[in-house]
Design a binder for this molecule. Structure first.
Ligand code: PLP
Length: 398
C-alpha cells in the first residue's frame, strides 16, 4: 500500500544529507565543545559553523543565536526570560489566543506570578489585527509575543507591522516561528523581531534541538543556570550532533527555499481546490492567501475528525486533527474554537501539512480515497441530513 505522509507540522523526516552530517559527531568526533583539546576544538568549530548557517537563514548575526532543546524551550526562554529580567515580578504581556501551548502556558505561568496577560482575538479567518495589537500595547507592557504562522490553520500573522509598533514603544517583540521556518521568508531585521523561536525537527532536522534568536541588546534573564554555555544564556553541554543537524537543515532550507516552497504551494492549492469539488460540505479553515504554503485545514460537516484520520491512516495517509485536543481532552483545539466554530463544526477537522518530498501522486492517492471515506462515515452519522447526502460532489467552500 502507498504510504503518504501529510503531517509535516507534527514533525518531518531527517534528510539524508542532514543525517550524514550528524553521524560523525556521535562516533569519531564526539568531543565536548567546551574541551580545550583537539576533540573539543573540532566540536566547537562545527557548532559555530552550524550557528552561521542558521543565522544566515533568518538574517541574524551568529552571536545572536542561542541553541536550545527545541521550540518549547525557546518559547519558555523568550517569554520567562524577558519577563523576569533583573527580578521583575509584574508587568503586562501581550499575546494572542491562538499561540502554541508553549507560549500560552509560559504566559499563564507568569500570570500566576503576578503578570497581567492579554490574549488578542483573531478574525474568523484566523488573522490577528495589527492595529488592534498596537492599541493593546501599554506603558507597562514588557513583551509582545505573536506567532509568525499558526501550526493548525497555517495563518500567517502581520508580524512585521506588530514588530514595528512594539519597537517604536521600546517593547521587545517575540515571534514563535517554529512552523514558519523553511516555508516563509523570515528576516529578523526587516521584520522588527527581537526574539524568535525555531525548532529543527519541523524543517527536516533532528528532534530535540532548536534555537532562540536574541537580538543584540535585548534584555533577557537565562532560565537554565549552570556552567555558562551559550554565553551564559543556556547552560548544559551542547548537543553537538543536534546542532550540526540543525545547521545543515538550515543550510538546505535556505538553498532550496524557492523550488520547495513553490512545489508545496502547488500541491496545497490543488488540494484546497479539489476537496470541495469531490466532497460536499467541506469548508476551508484559516485564511485563503495569508497561509503557509504547506498547510491545508478543512472541516467536514457531520464527521468526526478522529474517525476520518483513522480511516485515512488505514489507506496509508497520515494526517492530523485538532478536533479533540492532543492532550486527550474532549475539547476541540483552542485555535478552532477561536475561529468561532461550534463544537460540532470543530469536531470535523482535518489538517494536512505538506513537505518538500510530497508529490502529485501523493495528492492523487489522498483525493482518490477521501470521498469514499467521507460518505461511509456520513452513512453511519446520527444526523439524518448526513445520511441523505450520499457521496456526490458539490462545492461549498467558505
Ligand atoms: N511552537 C509551535 C508553533 C509549534 O508548532 C511547536 C510544535 O509543534 C512548538 C512551538 C514546540 O516545538 P518543539 O516540538 O520543538 O518543542
Amino acid at each position: 500500500m502507498r504510504r503518504v505522509y501529510f503531517d509535516h507540522s507534527a514533525t518531518s523526516r531527517v534528510l539524508p544529507e542532514v543525517f550524514e552530517a550528524m553521524a560523525p559527531f556521535y562516533t569519531e568526533r564526539f568531543g565536548n565543545a567546551s574541551s580545550l583539546h583537539s576533540f573539543g576544538r573540532e566540536a566547537r568549530a562545527s557548532m559555530e559553523h552550524a550557528r552561521k548557517h542558521l543565522a544566515a537563514l533568518i538574517n541574524a548575526d551568529p552571536g545572536e543565536i542561542v541553541f536550545t532543546s527545541g521550540g518549547t524551550e525557546a518559547d519558555n526562554l523568550a517569554i520567562k526570560g524577558v519577563a523576569a529580567y533583573k527580578g521583575r515580578a509584574k508587568g503586562h504581556i501581550l499575546t494572542t489566543c491562538i499561540e502554541h501551548h508553549a507560549v500560552l502556558e509560559s504566559c499563564a505561568h507568569l500570570g500566576r506570578l503576578g503578570f497581567e496577560v492579554t490574549e488578542l482575538p483573531i478574525s474568523k479567518d484566523g488573522l490577528v489585527d495589527a492595529a488592534e495589537a498596537e492599541a493593546a500595547m501599554r506603558d507597562d507592557t514588557v513583551l509582545v509575543s505573536v506567532m509568525a504562522a499558526n501550526n493548525e490553520i497555517g495563518t500567517i500573522q502581520p508580524i512585521m507591522e506588530i514588530g514595528a509598533a512594539a519597537r517604536s514603544r521600546g517593547i521587545p517583540f517575540h515571534t514563535d516561528a517554529v512552523q514558519a521556518i523553511g516555508k516563509m521568508d523570515i528576516d529578523v531585521k526587516r521584520d522588527n523581531i527581537d526574539l524568535l523561536s525555531l525548532s529543527a525537527h519541523k524543517f527536516h532536522g533532528p528532534k530535540g534541538i532548536g534555537a532562540l534568536y536574541v537580538r543584540k541588546g535585548t534584555k533577557i534573564e537565562p532560565q537554565i543556570h549552570g556552567g555558562g554555555h551559550e554565553r551564559g544564556m543556556r547552560s548544559s553541554t551542547e548537543n553537538v550532533p543536534g546542532i550540526v543537524g540543525l545547521g545543515k537543515a538550515a543550510e538546505i532550507a535556505r538553498r532550496d527555499f524557492v523550488p520547495t516552497t513553490a512545489a508545496m504551494r502547488d500541491l496545497r492549492d490543488r488540494i484546497v481546490k479539489e476537496v470541495p469539488e469531490l466532497v460536499p460540505r467541506a469548508y476551508l479553515n484559516g485564511h485563503r492567501t495569508h497561509r503557509l504554503v504547506n498547510n491545508v485545514n478543512f472541516r467536514f460537516d457531520f464527521i468526526e475528525g478522529e474517525a476520518l484520520m483513522l480511516q485515512l491512516d488505514m489507506k496509508g495517509v497520515a494526517v492530523s486533527t485538532g478536533s479533540a485536543c492532543s492532550t486527550g481532552s474532549l475539547e476541540p483545539s483552542h485555535v478552532l474554537m477561536a475561529l468561532g466554530l461550534t463544537h460540532e463544526q470543530a469536531h470535523g477537522n482535518l489538517r494536512l501539512t505538506l513537505g518538500r518530498e510530497n508529490t502529485y501522486e501523493d495528492v492523487d492517492h489522498f483525493l482518490a480515497v477521501l470521498p469514499g471515506i467521507v460518505s461511509r462515515l456520513r452513512e453511519i452519522s446520527p444526523f439524518s441530513e448526513a445520511r441523505s447526502m450520499g457521496g456526490e460532489g458539490g462545492s461549498c467552500v467558505q
